[in-house]
Design a binder for this molecule. Structure first.
Ligand code: NAP
Length: 479
């Protein structure tokens, strides 16, 4: 690993050991080898991070928006300059292949550039009260200290998607990255420091006990916002905790994305979109296509073409040339994928390609296509988080939409059709925060990312992403 690897806590501009925690190991999921040990915060460290963020917040809020913007812009430039090193770090701790990791760094850096541009475009409004007696002034003010909790699947992008808008709005932050992938978040902390973020404005506290760190940060009176990306189960727990102090919350939670292919779709485009929606980051994304509903007349053709494309993907260490699929992040993730596939096969599904886990060391599961999946198979109801495409043939678009909406989750839906007018009408009926219409990728820093139903609250990215770190203040004014 590089000599300048950051492995300590970043609190108040200082890199330091945990005071009441210890150190935790980080592993390469391709080899299961320990690649680093990282300071693991305890509650004293977490409180110290919240306190230093609280001290730094008023000064940062008072800093000119242009200056805040320029810090973010410098951080974007530094991330872009160091893209290769950061990508290698992501591959080492997360497993995704180098090209995907490069893509993530570009995506992650772009949030910093986008929000550097948004920082100077935060406007309020002035209107005349309907009674004509006074003016209604609405100001947008930073919400205060924000506590950010991120998952392992995008260790860079989930951090910058929160830090970018928080800093642009004038909030200071405490970031708790996933314990499987703390190295990338610490590296980003270092980059922000180099870019000129004042001490205490960005604090990074990995910790093996997420609940200990979270409880200590959330009880600090200056913390006014919780932004979480992760599973719906943990999101619900955190909403309960946030309710105790009536915190403003953003929740980016799990998905169960349907991928609908209608008979009039361009099948080449649908397969290309499916490969992107399914295989991006080993299938370990909240936006991963989780269930394929294909109109019966094209189901066999689509299945064959997708299986051919999936069968061509080479599995191996993400740093090796020509590899398109890395290891899954840990044994639990691999075992979940294996169990879901085995249960689907037990219910009558047939693996057209793949279907058997690889040998260790490393957590391997090959690209897999399942046909003939029974409607009550658990694989259609749970997030697979692996490179498996279960295919269900449906009679028509009505059945596809009904099945697609038959879930408590609603992050993203994909729809492929040759008739754009019909596609837009169906997109309106899909219960999801986002729809990929003839497109297998929706993520874009300039767009409002987020889910409906149990997939979340609030939006990240776009202009909405900035507003989620502000409060509206109304001043009733006479002049
Ligand atoms: P997770 O288990 O919910 O963990 C996410 C984060 O929460 C980690 O930092 C974790 O820390 C922390 N955490 C876990 N239990 C906690 C607790 N009791 N109190 C406070 N914090 C706690 O999710 P994951 O497995 O890392 O990520 C996969 C999930 O994230 C999937 O469901 C995926 O769909 C979702 N996701 C959603 C989006 C989106 O934008 N909607 C994006 C990416 C991922 P530790 O690592 O230390 O346990």
């Amino acid at each position: 690993m590089a000599d300048d690897l950051r492995t300590d806590l970043l609190i108040g501009g200082t890199w330091r050991e945990a005071v009441d925690g210890d150190r935790m190991e980080v592993h390469d999921p391709a080899t299961e080898e320990v690649i680093a040990t990282v300071a693991s915060a305890g509650s004293v460290d977490a409180r110290a991070a919240a306190e230093t963020a609280a001290e730094a917040q008023p000064g940062w809020a008072a800093t000119a928006p242009r200056e805040r913007a320029e810090v973010l812009r410098r951080a974007w430039a530094l991330m872009t300059e160091r893209a290769d090193d950061l990508a290698a770090l992501i591959t080492r701790e997360n497993g995704k292949v180098r090209a995907e990791a490069r893509g993530e760094v570009a995506y992650a850096a772009e949030f910093l550039r986008w929000f550097s541009e948004e920082a100077v475009r935060l406007s309020g409004e002035v209107t005349t009260a309907p009674a004509g007696t006074n003016r209604i002034l609405v100001l947008r003010q930073p919400v205060g200290v924000a506590y950010l909790v991120t998952p392992w699947n995008f260790p860079a992008a989930m951090a910058t998607r929160k830090i970018g808008p928080a800093l642009a709005a004038g909030c200071s932050v405490v970031l708790k990255p996933a314990s499987l992938t703390p190295l990338t978040a610490l590296a980003i902390g270092g980059i922000l420091q180099e870019a000129g973020v004042p001490d205490g404005v960005v604090n990074v506290v990995p910790g093996r006990s997420a609940s200990t760190v979270t409880a200590a940060v959330l009880e600090h009176p200056a913390v006014r916002k919780l932004s979480f990306t992760g599973s719906t189960g943990v999101g619900k727990l955190l909403l309960e905790q946030a309710a105790r102090r009536v915190l403003k919350t953003s929740m980016e939670l799990g998905g169960n994305a349907p991928f609908i292919v209608l008979a009039d779709a361009d099948l080449d485009a649908a397969v290309e979109g499916a490969m992107l929606a399914k295989m991006r980051h080993n299938g370990e994304t909240c936006t991963a296509a989780n269930r394929f509903y294909v109109e019966a007349p094209v189901a066999e053709d689509f299945t064959r073409r997708l299986a051919e494309a999936m069968g061509r993907v080479r599995m191996g260490h993400g740093l090796d040339e020509g590899v398109g699929l890395g290891p899954l992040v840990d044994a639990a993730t691999r075992d979940k994928v294996r169990d879901l596939v085995d249960a689907a096969v037990g219910h009558g599904a047939h693996p057209v390609v793949g279907g058997t886990p690889g040998e260790g060391p490393g957590f391997w599961y090959p690209a897999t296509v399942l046909e003939g999946v029974a409607p009550d198979s658990p694989i259609l109801a749970e997030e697979i988080f692996g490179p498996v495409a279960p295919i269900v043939a449906v009679a028509d678009a009505e059945e596809a939409v009904a099945q697609a909406n038959d879930t408590p989750l609603g992050l993203v839906s994909y729809l492929f059709t040759g008739d754009l007018r019909r596609g837009l009408a169906l997109a309106e009926r899909l219960e999801a925060g986002m729809v990929g219409l003839n497109r297998g990728l929706v993520s874009d820093p300039a767009a409002p990312f987020g889910g409906v139903k149990e997939s979340g609250l609030g939006r990240e990215g776009g202009h909405e992403g900035l507003l989620d770190y502000t409060e509206a203040k109304y001043v009733a004014t006479e002049w």
